[in-house]
Design a protein around this ligand. Structure first.
Ligand code: GUN
Length: 293
């Protein structure tokens, strides 16, 4: 079987068109959704993510407020900036790009963001609400994956899902969302991680494999059941002398081989990535809408 490619760019474009209309409607009611983006330091991957997020805001009419701070910014200065953004009525969402430099306590920073503006869904209040199934900002990458699956007509109810990776940003929240008693959940979920004894045996059972390990070729064709749906969350820079920039992007899945066994597969780039940014816009627009309620 050769897999059909799930085109994340196309699904993201559809959702962004829907959001653009919603933003236009909000503007007629006097509300322009605003997102503050905070980047500390010069990490090249973080810089390109932040630029992409700001561009996406512009495209749909969301106001973006750019805050780029030097790498040796003190924790108290970052906390002061967050306090200012928490109080600013023009700002509906605050995104602090992770990872932060080592001298800054990431947990303390995430805790300082007003949960009502936590469009990343990383504040413990939002994480807790999500786990117990209450209304909350859902973290963007897991929510984007669920939207990709639903919009590709993949049945979640009763599906065996195997997630590889237990990060706070992807693996843990995705597992929680997929086991909710809800049409966007109802799956049976296994989470594999670095201490899992026989990852391949788990992955072989999966109707849906979600690779979020952060390592190229974590998922090889021999591990994948015929006809499985494969979602690749990995964005790895792999050295490649044939490329002008010296590297190419690769996911966590051996794409060329796995696409011959899967029924549906996401590419890297162009799969999950565009959805993550789209769900950030979704949360920002939702936050702005709430100011009218
Ligand atoms: N770093 C990697 N992914 C993310 C994300 O979704 N949000 C933030 N804030 N930082 C990240």
């Amino acid at each position: 079987m050769t897999a059909q490619i799930i085109d994340g760019k196309q699904v993201a474009a559809e959702m962004r068109a829907e959001l653009k209309e919603k933003v236009a409607e909000l503007k007629t009611q006097g509300v322009t959704p605003g997102l503050a983006v905070v980047l500390v330091g010069e990490d090249p991957a973080s810089k390109s993510y932040v630029t992409a997020k700001e561009r996406a805001c512009e495209e749909i009419g969301v106001f973006s407020n750019d805050n780029r701070l030097v790498a040796d910014t003190q924790e108290e200065d970052l906390l002061a900036l967050i306090d200012k953004l928490n109080k600013d009525p023009k700002i509906n969402g605050i995104l602090v790009q992770l990872p932060l430099p080592k001298h800054i306590d990431e947990d303390k920073i995430l805790l300082a963001i007003d949960p009502a503006k936590d469009v990343d869904g990383f504040h413990p209040v939002n994480v807790g609400k999500m786990v117990v199934g209450q209304d909350a900002f859902l973290p963007c990458t897991p929510h984007g994956i669920i939207q990709l699956l639903l919009r590709s007509n993949v049945k979640l109810e009763g599906a065996e899902v195997v997630i590889v990776g237990r990060s706070n940003i992807v693996g843990k929240p995705l597992a929680s969302m997929l086991i909710q008693k809800s049409p966007t959940g109802n799956a049976t979920v296994t989470v594999c991680h670095t201490r899992t004894k026989n990852m391949a045996e788990h992955v072989k059972r999966a109707d849906i494999v979600i690779a979020a390990a952060g390592w190229p070729n974590t998922i090889t064709a021999d591990m994948v059941k015929d006809g499985a749906v494969v979602i690749d969350v990995g964005v790895n820079r792999v050295e490649d002398a044939t490329k002008k920039r010296g590297y190419r992007l690769a996911g966590d899945v051996d794409f060329e081989a796995v696409k011959e066994k899967a029924s549906l597969i996401t590419p890297v780039p162009g799969g999950v990535g565009p959805m993550t940014i789209t769900m950030l816009l979704y949360n920002t627009v939702q936050s702005a809408e709430k100011t009218l309620q």
